[in-house]
Design a protein around this ligand. Structure first.
Ligand code: ATP
Ligand code: MG
Length: 760
């Protein structure tokens, strides 16, 4: 068999067309499981193997680092040795990091410059920088909630608005203040030679906007650009792609001939809260009028009931393009619905079903439990533990967020970039060296007056005297160790450097001397970090400390999902499940307020959009399942610390009854109006009717609740700050308030308990 047929094997006619298309931009718009990602992978292979494209001329954008790695591993078998290193395949963030590592010195943002050894601050670190910013500007954290401001700034960065652009668009006093904070925050990041996640994208865009030579170089280099999950592209990413597709000299409009392939599904756009905008997908044909549209019409993932329920649910959205999606997997089993009395019973049902599947020799790796919000996992985890079923959790305390890992990584960051004050503050007294907060405050003051980094301020303080002899001795030996490690970092490979850090800083000894039980777990994590370093050293083409730190900063939870790991059920949010597939899927918490989420249930102008996004999320969730889908919901759930009665999700009503089996509650009428499906057997019947009676009783006994606030009241919430009541919602027993918060948290639906009246 020649390679051409090999590459086309396992593709239908439309897919093959997309793989083989020669020039001009094109968009593959198709439903879930129709082979979009497959087209993208095959096209890259085709370009390299058949068209002899230089791997360095290919830019592939995937949704996760894991997908990028899988694609590379596949390609390595097919293309000449070492050439895969020259391929740029990764997430938008990963690719931007790679670009900035070589080009950031060319960037000038209103006089601010960064150097190649920049560090990437994660959300916690950037939040602490933001808090410092608010302090410097004398702004009250209660009014300017740091978290809210953080997401406002993030939103601006994802809309391609840097501080300068934003300052030109200010419309009110709040935005004026925000602009001031934004400015100062960028200065602070710059002071640390640091970028936050969103800067990776924004800075890359600004680089191309400001430096046409650089843009021209990459425009000419990346002859083939391919993007997966295009519907979740944000403005900054879109503009960045445009920069690469079009020639900096406008007279050369050569994009008509560009090899640009975007694949996506508007029905799966679920990241609007991170600035994604599916409308950009539709814009593509306006911006590049010759863009060809290819549709894929067969689904290769799910059996018919799953597919038909998914198609039926999503057809309720108004903002979409109707499309066909035909099954290829045959009739299969109906979808099972289960109504639980509460979240504990829901979790027990899932556990029992998983045990049943296991007894039929199904591998646990083939099972996923999906939920709308992270908090839902707790009850499910508890039941699985009791049932002795192994599970892996996507989310929770990430490996890189663990205390000891953060400490060691901070040491590495300080060694790499001694301007990183965040890292310095984290490690200067860890392990304990007797350098307390008052000394650190002195160092900060010194750095402020000298306009220098904290690290060089340390040396200045030593020269000056004025500190106690013991503190001087501590600082002295700290600086000595760091200086030594900085020198070593140029000589020894990363795994050895990690070992040196553990030894020379006294971290390991201190840990070994500490409380035994806790230390054991921490030591295990540290060994795991050594493994990560070793693996990085063996596998990465760029073996520098900078590359290692970037890999850590960009690692997502999803990357830790190893398929070959020992057998375990996967627990994950629907957002993280995008692009993945499992033979058996449990979709939990189908209740009003959870799914659709309460955020989407208010009556503000955005609520229709929000509800449609919830429906897209549901479409994503349903279409992850290959063979069998279970839907569960609870009539009572502990929420916000108390048990509350919940209504089954309105989405259940949108599912054709013929594809469902089981029981789905008295208040959920089927669209045909035929009422409830028959309950299977009498024991089940009495079980359910008893529970139904209980639920009704609960509802009846709850005392009627007088509303605490009225529309227009100003209220305060501990985490979200100040806001205004937009509307009231709920039953006579339980009131909710839709609040528009001043900060970036936007609109939220909350029970009155967490709110205080500020002004009526
Ligand atoms: P999603 O929208 O969820 O990202 P997708 O459109 O990217 O889905 P893929 O993940 O590429 O779809 O494919 C779905 C499944 O169908 C995969 O298991 C894939 O291997 C398989 N598949 C794709 N095309 C074909 C085909 N022509 N013949 C057989 N199987 C196929
Ligand atoms: Mg895909």
């Amino acid at each position: 068999m020649n390679q051409q047929t090999d590459i086309l094997q396992g593709l239908n006619e439309q897919q093959a067309e997309a793989v083989l298309l020669n020039e001009g931009p094109f968009l593959v718009l198709a439903g879930a499981g129709s082979g979009k990602t497959r087209v993208l992978t095959h096209r890259i292979v085709h370009l390299i193997v058949e068209k002899q494209a230089d791997p360095a001329s290919i830019l592939g954008v995937t949704f996760t680092n894991k997908a990028a790695r899988e694609m590379k591993t596949r390609l390595e078998k097919l293309i000449p040795p070492n050439s895969s290193n020259r391929l740029w395949i990764g997430t938008f963030h990963g690719i931007c990091n790679r670009l900035l590592r070589t080009e950031i010195h060319r960037l000038n943002l209103g006089g601010l410059k960064w150097t190649k050894n920049f560090v990437i601050f994660d959300t916690t670190e950037s939040l602490s920088i933001l808090k410092e910013t608010l302090k410097v500007l004398n702004l009250d954290e209660k009014v300017y909630t740091p978290k809210a401001i953080q997401s406002k700034i993030s939103a601006l960065k994802n809309q391609a608005l840097g501080p300068i652009e934003f300052s030109k668009k200010i419309t009110d006093n709040f935005e004026l203040k925000l602009s001031e904070i934004y400015d100062k925050y960028q200065e602070k990041l710059n002071f640390n030679n640091a970028l936050d996640f969103d800067d990776l994208l924004l800075f890359s865009l600004k680089l191309f906007e400001g430096d046409s030579e650089c843009r021209k170089y990459y425009h000419e280099r990346f002859k083939h650009i391919l993007v997966d999950e295009f519907q979740d592209t944000n403005q900054t990413q879109y503009d960045l792609l445009k920069m690469l597709l079009t020639h900096p000299d406008n007279s050369v409009q050569n994009w008509q001939a560009r090899s640009f392939c975007a694949v996506g599904d508007i029905d799966q756009s679920i990241y609007s809260w991170r600035g994604a905008n599916y409308r950009l997908t539709l814009n593509l044909q306006k911006d590049f009028p010759s863009t060809q549209l290819i549709k894929l019409e067969y689904n290769y993932r799910s059996v018919d009931p799953i597919l038909e329920v998914a198609n039926s649910v999503i057809s309720n959205n108004k903002q979409r393009i109707d499309k066909k999606l035909l099954g290829t997997k045959g009739s299969g089993e109906k979808i099972t619905c289960f109504e639980a009395s509460d979240e504990v019973e829901e979790a027990n049902f899932i556990t029992a079903e998983i045990k049943r599947l296991k007894s039929k020799n199904q591998n646990l790796n083939e099972i996923a439990v999906l939920y709308r919000t992270n908090a839902q996992s707790r009850a499910i985890e508890e039941a699985l533990i009791k049932g002795q079923i192994a599970y892996k959790l996507v989310g929770g305390v990430r490996f890189y967020d663990r205390l000891e890992i953060k400490d060691i990584v901070s040491y590495l960051r300080l060694i790499f970039n001694s301007k990183d004050s965040n890292a310095l503050k984290r490690v200067i007294n860890s392990p304990r060296r007797g350098i307390g907060p008052s000394t650190i405050a002195q160092v900060e003051e010194k750095a402020e007056t000298m306009g220098s980094s904290l690290y060089s301020a340390l040396a200045d303080l030593l020269d000056e005297g004025g500190l106690g002899p013991r503190v001087i001795a501590s600082i002295h030996s700290f600086v000595e160790v760091i200086d030594y490690l900085i020198k070593q970092s140029d000589i020894v490979p990363v795994p050895d450097l990690v070992r040196l850090v553990l030894e020379k800083t006294g971290y390991l000894i201190a840990l070994q001397d500490s409380d035994k039980e806790e230390a054991e777990g921490r030591l295990e994590n540290i060994y795991e970090l050594l493994n990560v370093a070793q693996q990085f050293h063996e596998e990465s083409e760029d073996k520098t400390l900078g590359a290692f730190l970037a890999q850590i900063a960009l690692a997502s939870d999803l990357d830790n999902l190893k398929d070959s790991d020992s057998e375990a059920v996967t627990l994950l949010t629907i957002h993280s499940s995008k692009g993945l597939e499992y033979p058996f899927v449990f979709l939990t918490g189908l209740e009003e307020g959870i799914f659709p989420n309460s955020r989407a249930l208010g009556d503000s102008p955005n609520s229709t959009d929000d509800l449609e996004e919830e429906r897209r999320l549901l479409y994503v969730a349903i279409t992850r399942a290959e063979k069998k889908l279970f839907l569960t919901y609870a009539r009572n759930r502990r929420l916000w610390g108390k048990k509350e009665y919940s209504e089954p999700s309105r989405f259940l009503k949108e599912m054709p009854e013929t594809h469902l089996t089981g029981f789905w509650g008295s208040s959920v009428k089927s669209p045909s109006g035929k009422g409830l499906p028959p309950v299977k057997n009498s024991s089940e019947s009495s079980f359910y009717s008893k529970r139904e009676a209980e639920a009704k009783e609960n509802k009846k006994n709850a005392a009627p609740q007088e509303p605490k606030f009225k529309v227009g009241d100003r209220v305060q919430h501990k985490s979200f700050g100040l806001g205004r009541v937009l509307s009231l919602f709920g039953s006579k027993n339980q009131k909710f308030y839709s609040i528009e918060f001043d900060g970036a948290d936007g609109k939220k639906l909350l029970s009155g308990d967490s709110l205080h009246l500020v002004e009526s």
